[in-house]
Write a protein that binds this ligand. Structure first.
Ligand code: F6P
Length: 528
């Protein structure tokens, strides 16, 4: 039986019919002050307020029935036990093992201690470049999961930035990414971190070769060993590239790219913020893992977040969702979550290969508040589309400046309230709006949101935050009955690019391509 045919799914579909016309104003007035307490959870300093979701107690109960019907608990056990739940690639999914501290597998602990030593050598100045200088700049070359995690986290933890070292990130194959950076750097004091799980990714290898040529031009072939390290599962390819094996930090095929921040892929972050802080990030994630594994469904933050997301997209019909961190330091979180959620759950066949009755993951997007307020929030308020939002707020500022943080937080609360409750024509009139303008000043409201409050943005709470979303994605994959850990959808475009590349160099026959592609190729190569 497909999941959508189960009694649990059907019961939710029927209940959604009753809930769709209901307004958050009505739900709040029915529940009174008790609604916040009833629909919020606290755990280890985190507060998840989902009282502004379009739910009642029945919705939550039915969603939890769905979690039981989908066997979330069983899939959690299978993931934790290292079963190959990524069945299309025959791989286990063990990113939790990367942050398990003393309980981590020996190979994980061994790589972590080598990474720590590497960090210490660089921070202390023991690691020297080809001309005897200490390393002042680190360039991470990677893309997707080998870029977004450390890039986002390094930005998020900029208040913890180590002195005397700058960490840069290059991902795009467009020369406009690496060229201006190399123009500013000194090869004598620059270390390249080539981060690629497979070590076959075109963008990363192209950038790495450019970096290598730039370095060799200044310091000769022998400089490569002092200025390159690799983070990869592919020890053969890293050696072929010329990186000595003691400078290759390994991870394993049971670490999905978008779940790899906790592995050797975290090296640039550790270099940016220091090893101790990297360990705190792991500790925060591990604490959230324990909560996810142990907490009953009614108290479980990731499961709750997942259920609300499924409710909004599969039952209320939202095709998109926004993440709105009221934190400039978390400005890259939406980009990070786009890969995490959409590469994991942007699927349309179930685990048995059958078409899904409805698409799975919504389109995720977002922007740091308050910037988003001055661009797309207009559509959220009056555009007539259902866009569930996750607001993220920090109790304490990471960069406390007089007057800034209270204003930021006031905006965060104002937006979620305005989206939920809107403004009626009568209210607009009562506020003195001229009659002709009243229709323009009506805000329909009923836009659902969840607000996550962190006590502060620290390495520990960032670890909690990321693990929270990782487990949300896992639960949603189970609820939609899909494999969240493969990404076949990225392959076709890569294959076509491989066939098109020679044509740009004038080799091969474009005849096999469609008329549009041939026309564009001609336009781009100047050959009319
Ligand atoms: O093309 C998608 C993808 O495979 C992602 O899943 C991955 O994070 C990214 O490319 C980078 O891959 P790699 O780390 O192997 O270079």
């Amino acid at each position: 039986m497909t999941l959508t045919a189960t009694p649990a799914w059907q019961a939710l579909a029927a209940h959604a019919g009753q809930m769709r016309p209901r307004h958050l104003r009505e739900l709040f007035s029915e529940d009174g002050d008790g609604r916040f307490a009833r629909f919020s959870l606290r755990h280890d300093g985190l507060l998840l307020d989902f009282s502004k979701q379009r739910i009642d107690a029945t919705t939550l109960a039915l969603l939890r029935d769905l979690a039981e019907a989908a066997d979330v608990a069983g899939w959690k056990r299978r993931m934790a036990a290292g079963e190959p739940i990524n069945h299309t690639e025959g791989r286990a999914v063990r990113h939790m093992a990367l942050r398990a501290g003393d309980a981590a597998p020996a190979e994980v602990r061994s790589v972590l201690s080598r990474l720590q030593r590497c960090c210490e050598r660089i921070h202390s100045g023991e690691w020297r470049g080809f001309a005897g200088q200490r390393i002042t700049d680190v360039v991470n070359i990677g893309i997707g999961g080998s870029d977004l995690g450390p890039r986002m986290a390094a930005r998020a933890l900029s208040a913890w930035q180590q002195p005397d070292i700058a960490v840069h990130f290059v991902s795009n194959i467009d020369g406009a990414d690496i060229a201006p950076l190399l123009g500013r750097l000194d090869p004598r004091s620059t270390l390249f971190v080539v981060a690629s799980k497979t070590f076959t990714t075109l963008e990363t290898l192209t950038n790495a070769r450019t970096a290598r040529d730039w370095l060799v031009a200044a310091g000769g072939e022998s400089a490569v060993a002092r200025h390159f390290v690799a983070l990869s599962t592919n020890l053969v390819r890293t050696l072929e590239f010329g990186i000595p094996s003691d400078q290759v930090f390994q991870f394993w095929d049971w670490v999905g790219g978008r779940f790899s921040l906790w592995s050797a892929i975290g090296l640039p972050l550790a270099l940016a913020v220091g090893w101790h802080h990297f360990e705190q990030l792991l500790a925060g994630a591990a604490a959230l893992d324990r909560h996810f594994i142990e907490a009953p469904p009614a108290d479980n933050l990731p499961l709750t977040l997942a259920l609300l997301g499924v409710w909004n997209s599969s039952f209320l019909g939202a095709s998109t969702a926004a993440v709105l961190p009221y934190s400039q330091s978390l400005s890259l979180l939406p980009a990070y979550l786009q890969q995490l959620e959409m590469e994991s759950n942007g699927k349309s066949v179930d685990r048995a290969g059958r078409p899904l009755a409805a698409p799975a993951a919504p389109i995720l997007w977002g922007e740091a508040g308050t910037n988003g307020q001055h661009s797309f929030f207009q559509l959220l308020h009056q555009g007539g589309r259902l866009v569930p939002c996750d607001f993220i707020a920090l109790r304490q500022a990471d960069f406390p400046l007089a007057g800034h943080h209270p204003a930021l937080l006031a905006n965060c609360l104002a937006q979620s309230a305005a989206l939920a409750f809107g403004q009626t024509a009568a209210e607009a009139e009562a506020a003195g709006t001229p009659e002709a303008l009243v229709p323009y000043k009506v805000f329909p409201g009923n836009q659902p949101s969840t607000t996550l409050v962190l006590p502060a943005l620290t390495p520990y709470t960032l670890g909690q935050l990321i693990a929270l979303y990782e487990h949300k994605v896992f639960c949603q994959g189970v609820l939609w009955d899909i494999n969240s850990f493969d990404q076949w959808g990225v392959e076709l475009g890569k294959q076509l690019a491989g066939r098109l590349s020679p044509l740009f160099a004038g080799h091969g026959d474009p005849g096999a391509f469609d008329a549009s592609t041939r026309g564009l190729l001609a336009a781009l190569t100047g050959d009319r």
